[in-house]
Design a protein around this ligand. Structure first.
Ligand code: SF4
Length: 359
């Protein structure tokens, strides 16, 4: 039996796929087979429910010392589009967010500001807790956590303890890109290593802080490196069970040095849907997969609900990072629109909190 045949057998008997089988499924390129298989897994996990959340994104700054070639968001202090929110700016945003009916999550991710120290981020979290005491705080990627540790001299565990003590309820899943140091050396050489990313997640999970996970594909990585990335996430989930949801990010090359250097174009919707369905089949120990509409556009995100996704993410408010890289989607959306988009597919919209508890 070849790897493709054994992959098909394992999928029909709900067994775990190995590396060769995953690669064989990728090469086979049978999109509708992957879709149907992933849809079945999704429905076994979460039935006819499709989740969404009412959330707000806060990007504190775009001034960054890392200068990653993959990034269109960063800039240097003094550039004309540089911004850094001070605490009273955050306070104004929170007063505004407090008016949003049913708000359940504030999501905070930012660049690696060269001079803002850890206390600035802790004070931001305290402010969210003060103005929105009942709202979940999904904040900071492992890349930011390693940066806080470097800046403060605290261990990663102590940084996480401090954030938990002040109100962070879950960690953001970004910054994973591709968990290969060969790739990271080219696309984001100053970000934490693959091992550090995984270790921050392991530490967070061991402290009881749940997190999301992600992959960013469609740049200079090989398909083998994508598959190895998924297997690393699956292994860690086996060990800790701490990942809540998986997000897949196609690389947006517009306005990036990486895009120019390698003459990259954004991968097509075929690749987006294939990667989603394949990831759903590989990550058998993850319950939730987001179709992040900002990345995919709303029409493709809707279609993704038949390729293994069970979550359209949220209303957002004002997303900046992905739009800096050329995303053409809107920066926010209403609850009613998300519900309509879900209902059109025959699934049932379910408003959720950060941990997929229905609201
Ligand atoms: S990807 Fe993040 S760390 Fe890298 S330059 Fe952009 S904002 Fe900075």
């Amino acid at each position: 039996m070849n790897s493709l045949q054994s992959a098909h057998e394992k999928i029909s008997s709900r067994q775990r796929l190995n590396r060769d089988e995953i690669l064989a499924l990728y090469d086979d390129n049978d999109l509708l087979y992957l879709a149907e298989s992933a849809r079945q897994v999704k429905e076994l996990k979460t039935g006819k429910k499709i989740f969404y959340t009412v959330n707000r994104h806060i990007n504190l700054t775009n001034v960054c010392r890392a200068n990653c070639p993959l990034c269109a968001f960063q800039c240097r202090s003094g550039d004309n589009h540089a911004f850094t929110l001070e605490l009273d700016d955050v306070e104004k945003m929170l007063l505004d967010a407090a008016q949003v009916e049913g708000l359940s999550e504030i999501h905070i991710v930012s660049s690696l500001h060269p001079t803002k120290n850890f206390s600035y981020y802790v004070d931001t979290v305290k402010l969210v807790k003060k103005f929105l005491p009942n709202v979940g705080i999904n904040a900071f990627t492992p890349v930011e956590i390693v940066n806080f540790s470097d800046m403060s001299g605290l261990s990663v565990a102590d940084v996480l303890r401090e954030l938990i003590a002040n109100g962070v309820t879950s960690l953001a899943g970004g910054g994973a890109e591709i968990l290969s140091d060969r790739v990271r050396e080219i696309i984001c050489p100053k970000k934490c290593s693959a091992a550090q990313w995984l270790e921050v997640m392991r530490t967070a999970h061991n402290l009881g802080l749940r997190t999301n996970a992600s992959i960013m594909y469609g740049h200079i990585e090989t398909i083998e490196e994508r598959v190895d990335h998924l297997i690393k996430l699956r292994d860690l989930q086996d060990e800790t069970g701490g990942f809540v949801a998986m997000m897949l990010f196609p690389f947006h090359p517009e306005n990036t040095e990486l895009g120019k250097r390698f003459n990259l174009r954004r991968v097509g919707s075929w690749e987006d849907l294939k990667m989603l369905a394949l990831s759903r089949l590989v990550l058998d120990n993850f319950d939730h997969f987001k179709a992040f509409w900002v990345m995919l556009t709303l029409p493709i995100a809707q279609l993704a609900l038949n390729f293994g996704a069970d979550d359209l993410d949220g209303t957002l408010g004002e997303e900046k990072i992905i739009h800096a890289a050329g995303a053409k989607s809107s920066t926010g959306i209403t609850r009613e629109t998300l519900e309509e988009i879900i209902s059109e597919t025959g699934y049932t919209p379910v408003e959720r909190d950060s941990f997929y508890q229905p609201i």
